[in-house]
Design a protein around this ligand. Structure first.
Ligand SMILES: Cc1ncc(COP(=O)(O)O)c(C=O)c1O
Length: 429
């Protein structure tokens, strides 16, 4: 009998590839056989500073040699204080106070707990297509695909779902889409969740798992106004959009608004597990001391990695790079769209770009999406799929990527498109 090397790993994990990864460097990963892959997944939007950035490696090594675990409710790791100060530099006023945990789901749970305590209200509004994590409350707030929820009902109650301004899906222009979604939101406050019961609205400024769809600035501005009018907390889930990815440090900055609460994770630690909730000190003071916490949150190594991440972002001007290189990548992808009509839409902000595959009625074309991805993997380019119909290829390169690496990836993508679409033509002929 042959031994399955994955036998002792729980099959609950899905695996996009069976690549056994040994090391990473910048935009590349190397498998155990020394084969090199361009990694434009960033481990689902995590390694924004590139794999094993030398400064992150040094910060983690130095911190590990000094202190690995200092529990924040017993002693206070120096790095946690420094990280909070650094985050204060990169968040707009009045956000100046931070809570740390380990994953995006945990930060989502924390943000909701904070909003409920601060408002003394119960209900939460999330967006159609949103993804906030795999724990019970986060799952109840996740609507990107039923597969994240099937078999886990009943989920926590008090969650209501508003339409997300996804113009391509609706088939309308941006203004029409925003008008519709704001009208629906207002109706929701009259028919489903009364303002006096609504603690928070949680929104990804660019839908992640839901298909890499940026919310138009006017939608975010009008939503912000509605929240302010009714004392509802505006929570920006910046887990995937944050840390420079969209061309600003935070994606909500594109709309010129300030949320009440920010959820952050992924890019924050360059790969070390750390997440955070940011809000004003005044708001944080409404969260009763001891009513939330965790063993590892604010731990020494994670906070050291996150502090160095902030400094790299600043020193290497990574948000600006994301903007410039994002425009370059977007142009390359739009050129391919002109060549391959199976690409219905190319959209995004900065280095967070989605390529949607659809038929002439804008229904998802999952088969082509999967075929293109498989051809990319065969050619050693790693990309990810998202969207409710598994029909969007997302581009999430590190913010340290070079133009040459983008050119290499676009060339492979073009080849993959040519092969995948010609197979489709032959099959249907
Ligand atoms: C927008 C968003 N929020 C929350 C999460 C959950 O983060 P985690 O997987 O670290 O729990 C994710 C993960 O993909 C995400 O993209």
């Amino acid at each position: 009998m042959t031994h399955d090397p994955l036998y002792h790993l729980s099959p609950v994990w899905s695996h996009m590839t069976k690549i056994r990864m040994e090391r990473g460097e910048g935009s590349y990963i190397y498998d155990v056989n020394g084969q090199r892959y361009i990694d434009f997944t960033c481990g689902i939007g995590v390694t924004n500073t590139g794999h094993s950035h030398p400064r992150i490696v040094k910060a983690v090594q130095e911190q590990a040699a000094k202190l690995i675990h200092g529990q924040i409710t017993i002693v206070i790791p120096e790095m946690a204080i420094k990280l909070a100060e650094a985050l204060n530099e990169v968040t707009p006023d009045p956000i100046d106070c931070f809570f740390f945990s380990n994953s995006g789901a945990e930060a989502t749970e924390g943000a909701v707990k904070l909003a409920r305590q601060a408002t003394k209200r119960t209900n939460i509004v999330t967006m159609q297509g949103s993804f906030h994590g795999r724990t019970a409350q986060a799952m109840a707030m996740t609507n990107s695909k039923t597969s994240y929820r099937v078999g886990y009902q009943p989920l926590p109650a008090g969650v209501f779902v508003a339409p997300f301004p996804y113009s391509y899906y609706f088939g309308w222009d941006e203004d029409e889409t925003v008008d519709f979604c704001i009208k629906q939101f207002k109706q929701m406050l009259k028919t489903q969740t009364a303002p006096e019961e609504t603690a928070a609205v949680v929104i990804e400024p660019v839908l992640g798992e839901g298909g890499y769809v940026p919310a138009p600035a006017r939608y975010l501005q009008e939503l912000r106004d509605i929240c302010s009018e009714h004392g509802i907390m505006f929570i920006a889930d910046e887990v995937q959009t944050g840390f420079g990815r969209t061309g600003h440090f935070w994606a909500f900055e594109h709309a010129g608004i300030v949320p009440d609460i920010i959820i952050m994770a992924k890019g924050l630690g360059s790969g070390m597990p750390i997440s955070g909730v940011g809000a004003s000190r005044a708001l944080m003071e409404k969260w009763p001391t001891g009513s939330h916490g965790g063993t590892y949150g604010g731990g020494a190594i994670q906070t050291a990695a996150a502090l160095e991440t902030v400094r790299i972002m600043q020193d290497e001007h990574l948000p600006q790079r994301a903007e410039e290189l994002g425009e370059y990548l977007m142009k390359g992808l739009k050129d391919l769209q002109a060549e391959f009509p199976v690409i219905g839409d190319v959209r995004g902000r900065g280095l967070m770009i989605g390529v949607e595959f659809s038929d002439e009625n804008r229904y998802p074309d999952k088969a082509t999406t999967k075929a293109v991805l498989a051809e990319c993997v065969n050619r050693h380019l790693l990309l990810l799929i998202c969207g409710y119909g598994e029909h969007v290829i997302r581009w999430v390169p590190p913010l340290t990527v070079t133009r040459e690496q983008i050119d290499d990836a676009l060339k492979i993508f073009g080849e993959a498109l040519a092969i995948a679409t010609s197979v489709g033509e032959t099959a249907s002929a």
